[in-house]
Design a protein around this ligand. Sequence first.
Ligand SMILES: [Zn+2]
Length: 321
Amino acid sequence: MAWNPNATRMELQPESDAQAAIKPTQLIVHSLAAPWTARRTYEFWRDSSSLESHFGLGYQGDLGQYIGTETRADANADANRRSDGTGAVSVETASNLDHSDPWTAAQIEQLIALGVWMHKRHGVPLRICRSASDPGFGWHGQFKEWSTSGTACPGKARIAQFKALVFPGIVARATSKPAPEQPAPQKPAPTEEASMEIAKLDEANGIDVDLADNVWTTLAFTDAVIHSGPRKLVGPTLVQLTFAQGAQAFVSGRFVLTNPDGSGVSGYGDLGEFPASGVPQFLHNQNVPTGKTLRFQVRARTDDGSTTRLIHRAVSGDYLV
Ligand SMILES: [Zn+2]
């Protein structure tokens, strides 16, 4: 068992004792498709899943370790533990729901530090894996053997960051050369936006709604309109739904654009499904065009015709005014 001294230990049992030993030869990075802290990810593995990763990394750089690195974890299909006893160590990282956003600076720093530790502690060689079983560093979608049915994880933006920043950062630091100069954070161009102010959207509604089985329902927060275009978002708009205790449904959400009178619905694609017990969250990252309003719809699937009671809903996010 090896525990990273830089990570907060949140040991998962019985997996940590029950699962087979591995000799770790790879580090594979993932996106969680959820904007969770390391602690929240631990609770999910503990309470809602028999799967787990070794590590979880929140947006703020909070790093949790759930399983010792010399014990098998589940995130990498065939690479979890090969017949020769070698296996991959996995790190899940907080992301938006379709893992399309880049890692934060804090996440990149922690991934580099973790990679250096994997090299020093376990001898993982300083190279990007050349095959599914080749020792080194990689990302989840890199080889089909690392997933059950193929995956785009951790997303295009993060694969680019892995190649340009994370892996070179690991090499530079592990070989004690100064880390490569990182591009300076982009300053906003001096446009009219610079003089615009950031406003906060923060609306909640605690009136119970009984959702019919498998039917899309538009939710009102203060009212059904979340944003009226034109509106430029600063960071994601987040919807969080809380269901009555014991709700068994699977929940999907979607953001839609409509005309101001609610007609002319067009969508951005379905998000989920998530178990109703898990306080599902949904993120939206697109600006709202002129003449359109942004609304949110939810669907709860029980498949036995029963309704699902939504007891609280909230939407938040920053935008420019
Ligand atoms: Zn993954």
